[in-house]
Design a protein. Sequence first.
Length: 354
Amino acid sequence: MSLSISILGQSNSILKAGFFQKFLDADDTIEVTSAGRIGASPSLLGPYFAQGDFFKGSEFCIVDTCVIDFSLLSANAIDYYDVVRWVEWIGHSAKRANCEPVFVCIPVSDINASRTIISACISVCQKQDWYYLDVRDVIAAVVKSKNVDAKELYADGSHPAEFLSGVIATHLGNFLTKIRTAKTTKCKRTFAFTAYDRVPLKDQIAGTPVEYSSRLITFSGVRLERGETYPIHIGSDSSIRGLMVNSAACKSVLSIEGDRTFHKNLRLKPYHPTNFEARLIPICRPIRDHQGMVRLSLTNQDVSMSDVTLHSSKEGNDEGFIEVADLVVERGYDLVTYTTTRPADPASIRWMPD
């Protein structure tokens, strides 16, 4: 196929048996120019990873965020509006950089359970004329041709089995080929563009530094200890929307003090027995301070939590430390108008079986 792509995705974009690896295995001429992939993390991973020149040189950006967005939404750990805003941010950021976003909407194994989150993603795509592949359509075609139950096509509740991943990959490749030859027309888009920044804690905290590296991410942060208070400058017009943490070394409750005090359960359970597992933790209720300074500390596990944290422990597991690399900070928004393209045939934005 010989193309350059970016990827923003969750575990189905990481696993050897996942659709994205199958997509790459099928064509060794594909070049991945940039990647933001991390498991157990919501579509906030777009604003976290896709900064600066992330989309530069990429013809397409593959976006895979529905599974964890569904899990977090079901647990009330994010809200519907958050998902729509982050998905819009990804799409507009790619289009402004002359990169075509293609959203791969993967349901969980209970197909109908994902309908709300997938409908949210698709509604944004339809409004903006962005391409999407609804994996429910792929599953329906396989179920009909193979005479199997949809759940048989999954390795577990969140991950398609290797066979289905391969089918998704094949259809994605064919879809991109069609998109490349599709006729387009110029148009203008106006978007209330939210600015996001990473605030590296190691630049402001004289705590114990921690460094980890994997094939997916370099984690450069600090260990916060109980009994210490850590003042952080974020800016008076800014609010904290998330944290990049090492979930394998988060064993306490984080208190964030700004205009109000916020308690976040970071007694986390990693997926695997390891010393490093990066995870992007969203904060549903933005934390800000009119003077631009917030204070971080670790507090008693018996306090009332301000937010739900997915895959956290409610009892025990409180050793009095956490490891954090960055805060994700929202810095307000500007109304942006830019020139881009859209398909001449609006119906072509949706992948359809041949």
